[in-house]
Structures are given as C-alpha cells and as structure tokens.
Design a protein around this ligand. Structure first.
Ligand code: PCA
Length: 328
C-alpha cells in the first residue's frame, strides 16, 4: 500500500465510524428543573412528559427531570431557561409579576375560582402570555393549574381580625399583597422549604392548595385549612427558543403532542387531587372546612381591592384578558 492508499483507507474507516456514530452524536440531553417535590402531581406529570419525549423523538432528545428545586430554586428556573443554562423547565409564572403584571392574571382573587373558569381565563390569556414569553426567548409547551387556593393556619380563624400579626408564607406578589391587606406579615418561601419554615416558626400560615399542604405534610405544624377557592395559579413548562429553533420539525411535532397530552393529564390530576389531598390533610389531623361567611365576605372585599390594583398594573393588556374571559 502506498501512503496515499493507506491514508485513504484510514479516511474511509473514519468516515464509516463517524457515519455509525452520527445518530448518537445527534442525540441531545435536556435538563428540566422543576421547583416542587418529586411526589407532587406536576413533577410526576413532568416525568411522564419527559418519557413521552424520549419515545416520541426515538431517543434523539432525552429529558432529565430535576424536581424539588434541586437544580435551580423556583425563583431562578425561568432565568435559567431564558439564558440557556438549561434547555427546559417549569415555573409558576405568577412569581414573575415584577417583570410583567400580566403574568399575575391567574392569581387575581375570585376572578376565576373553579377549574372551568380557570380554563376559560387561561384561553383568554394564552396568546398574550405566549407573546410575552416570546420576547423573553421562551417557548411555551404546556401549563397546568394548581387546585383552588385556600388558607392554612395554626389556629381557628373566623375573620380578618384573627389574622392580625400572623407570619404568612407567600409565593408571589399577589400572596404578599393579600398578607399586607389582612394585617399579616409576609415572608417569601419556596414550597420545597415550607415544612421547615413552619416547623421553625418562620411562617405560621399560607394560602395554597390542598395539594401543596399534603405534599409538605403541613399537619405536622399547622391545624386548619379553610377552603376559599381564591384562584388557581399555573405552572408553565417552557423551552429556550434557541434550543427550540434547532429541533427538527418531526421532533417539534412529537414534543408538542407530548405537551398537549401532559396539559390534559395534568389538569385531570389537579382535579382528582383537590379532594384527595384535602382528605389527606384531615387524615393528618387538620380541621378542613369552607371558610365561614363572615371571613369570606371580608376576603371578597380585599379581593375587590386586589383586582382593581392588578387591573391598574396590568393596563390595557390585563383588561383585554378579563374582557375576553367575561365575554365567553
Ligand atoms: N402550590 C404552590 C403554588 C400554588 C400551590 O397550590 C405553592 O404553594 O408554592
């Protein structure tokens, strides 16, 4: 063999090896941070979504889910996706009302307090939310509501006066504002940290779903859950747009199919867990009941104040969402 033929044979072998290696080289792994515990229904849904994407893209895209805020804490997940530190992730969008008040559309008290209303409100808001996310280099894949929000305390509460001075765990601007207007003291704590916050007395109440109280076993520290059905905030699964742009059309299609399935499955799980987790709180020893009429009346007045404040902050875009929702 001359040097040239030997080199050419070598090149052919390299080409063959490369050819064989190509599908593997094209395979991508995406990291997907999620803020809530692995046992939470949003996280379980995310794992099923990830499996669906692996199967639907024939292994060309695999997603590793990191629940419980283990990769990024809830408040940092959105930025991590925007900046490409991770490819995909899940975030409670109402936690970013300081970027745009419109993100808080799903946390306006008593605007859409049932699953049906919450879906209609989401339909009305979705184009605007997608446009806002687009400006932030984010592609929305799916969104799932939490069950209706109620109030947790470590004492019986029959009126707003009973809340005076109570340390209140908040998770977004709306919940902090609710604390202020009820004379409570807000402290922002991620869901992943609340068991400890309640155990150490950093917080002694919160507004949240039965699902979160159940996940975090809050009966170890708290005693009362009052059903208020104040709002149903949403978690959003979003992908970085630069990453998304490089996905083949076939794989985009496969991922969107998995996302649509995840959205439907997550909604159903949220509905199913509403009663299941409230029963779980009661089994844990908590008193679980609808808030009394007097308390509800006061909360509705506070809700009206918060609604006008949100409409003011969210401007024409917020008003358009509410008008579209109400016209349905
Ligand atoms: N659980 C989340 C947000 C709303 C809910 O039900 C939390 O408490 O952080």
């Amino acid at each position: 063999m001359t040097l040239t033929t030997r080199l050419m044979a070598g090149a052919a072998t390299a080409a063959l090896t490369l050819g064989a290696a190509l599908p593997a080289a094209a395979a991508e792994k995406w990291d997907m941070p999620m803020a809530y515990s692995a046992s939470n229904f949003h996280s379980e849904n995310g794992v099923t979504f990830a499996e669906c994407v692996g199967a639907g893209t024939n292994g060309e895209i695999t997603i590793e889910v990191h629940p419980g805020g283990s990769l990024f804490a809830g408040a940092d997940i959105k930025r991590a996706i925007q900046t490409g530190q991770v490819q995909i992730g899940e975030r409670l969008l109402s936690g970013h009302q300081n970027e745009s008040a419109v993100f808080g559309f799903d946390s306006v008290p008593f605007l859409a307090p049932s699953f049906d209303d919450s879906e209609k409100l989401y339909d009305a808001a979705k184009p605007k939310i997608e446009a806002l996310l687009d400006e932030q280099n984010l592609e929305l894949l799916y969104a799932v509501p939490w069950p209706p929000q109620g109030l947790y305390f470590k004492k019986e509460v029959n009126s707003v006066a009973d809340m005076e001075g109570v340390k209140f765990r908040s998770y977004n601007n709306t919940t902090s504002r609710l604390a202020e207007l009820t004379g409570m003291l807000p402290v922002t704590v991620e869901a992943a940290e609340i068991s400890q916050a309640f155990a150490t007395g950093v917080a002694e109440s919160m507004v949240s779903s039965g699902a979160t109280g159940y996940d975090r076993k809050v009966w170890e520290s708290l005693t009362h859950f009052y059903e208020v059905d104040a709002w149903l905030p949403r978690n959003y699964v979003m992908v970085n747009q630069d990453v998304w742009a490089d996905v083949s059309d076939a794989n985009k299609q496969a991922i969107m199919t998995c996302a649509a399935e995840a959205e439907a499955r997550g909604l159903q799980a949220s509905k199913d867990y509403t009663q299941f987790t409230m029963d779980g709180l009661a089994e844990g020893g908590m008193t679980v009941q609808p808030a009394g009429d007097a308390l509800m009346g006061e909360l509705r007045e506070i809700g009206a104040t918060m609604t006008s404040e949100w409409l003011e902050a969210a401007g024409d875009e917020g008003k358009a969402i509410v008008d579209t929702f109400k016209a349905q």
